[in-house]
Design a binder for this molecule. Structure first.
Ligand code: IPD
Length: 314
């Protein structure tokens, strides 16, 4: 599909009616509009390795003027259409709201790709019920990954270079350019599994993640590191990879893609105790969930043993 078609591409009947369906349509509009803004900046030469580039948590964690402009656009649209909702954005942080909803925004997920003009970057927009003592119960295993957000209601991921939009609403299914997504429910052996992953920005975390990966790679068909967590999750939903795992993600990286993958039928869990620490999000075809979790646990034990034997590890 061309980029020009993308503005209406995430719509379509699947997605459901009611509040979640309405929120899904708004998430699609916001992601597509912000994506076109970022793409225009990219194509005008106003974004790239020399323009408006700053670093954040480490020298490898980049932010551009386009990240800020795309988030600002989404925030201003939300202020006009849903002024009572809270917003949590990668660039602008948290703006509390008075309603029960919070929007989670990654204006450019895959900023390094964006800077290098590597096509795998996306705008990720999700909306969730806020977690809290009076709120609905949070899905326990994943709660730690969602910060102050509770139940995910709707989300959209728009990849401007590919002109693709993925979207979902709670109970309403997931779509790719308006077509319903269904993850293959059948069993899959590890040796036939294409597995995506990603790495953090801190050197020490990367060393630990590489130690784990050294034990995962020999056991699977192959590994993909696309550089945008939201797209990795949509790739599970679309069957482009069989599974995905990553630690250290922020709520805005994963919220929309997680809902899309789960609504497409993927299995999801957060596993504690894997390097580099904290919860690791694991999302896959249902028939791969147990083997992949087992492999990650075995890989963590092997990485620990390797480190204990005096090799470089976590
Ligand atoms: C990053 C990307 C990357 C993942 C990192 C994220 P950003 O998001 O999703 O694939 O490995 O963990 O932080 O910084 O490009 O928005």
């Amino acid at each position: 599909m061309s980029t020009g078609d993308a503005r209406s591409s995430g719509r379509g009947r699947p997605g459901g009616d009611g509040l979640a369906g309405e929120l899904r349509h708004l998430a699609v509009d916001l992601a597509e509009e912000a994506g076109q803004l970022a793409l225009a900046a990219r194509r005008s030469g106003g974004a790239g390795r020399r323009s408006g580039l700053r670093t954040k948590s480490s020298g490898t964690d980049l932010a551009t003027d386009a990240d800020r402009a795309a988030e600002q656009l989404i925030r201003s649209r939300l202020a006009a259409t849903r002024p009572d909702d809270g917003v949590l954005g990668e660039e602008g942080g948290e703006s509390p709201g008075s309603s029960s909803l919070v929007w989670l925004i990654d204006p450019i997920d895959g900023t390094t790709n964006f800077v290098y003009d590597f096509p795998a970057w996306a705008v990720s927009v999700a909306v969730a019920e806020r977690a809290g003592p009076d709120g609905p119960p949070r899905p326990a295993p994943l709660a730690a990954l969602l910060g102050g957000a509770g139940r995910l209601l709707a989300g959209a991921v728009h990849a401007p270079v590919a002109g693709e939009t993925f979207a979902a609403s709670l109970g309403g299914g997931a779509t790719h350019d308006g077509r319903r997504l269904r993850v293959d429910p059948g069993p899959l052996e590890l040796g036939q599994a294409l597995v995506a992953t990603g790495f953090g920005y801190a050197s020490s975390a990367r060393r630990a993640q590489a130690g784990l990966l050294a034990h995962v790679l020999p056991a699977v068909r192959d590994i993909r590191r696309a550089g945008a967590a939201s797209l990795d999750l949509c790739s599970v939903a679309a069957g482009r990879v069989d599974g995905y795992y990553e630690a250290g993600l922020n709520p805005w990286d994963l919220a929309a893609g997680l809902l899309i993958a789960v609504e497409a039928g993927a299995a999801s869990r957060a596993i504690e105790g894997l390097p580099p620490g904290g919860p690791t999000l694991v999302v896959s075809r249902p028939g791969l969930a147990e083997p992949l979790a087992g492999l990650l646990a075995a890989a963590a034990a092997a990485a620990d043993a390797h480190a204990a034997a005096g090799h470089n590890g976590r």
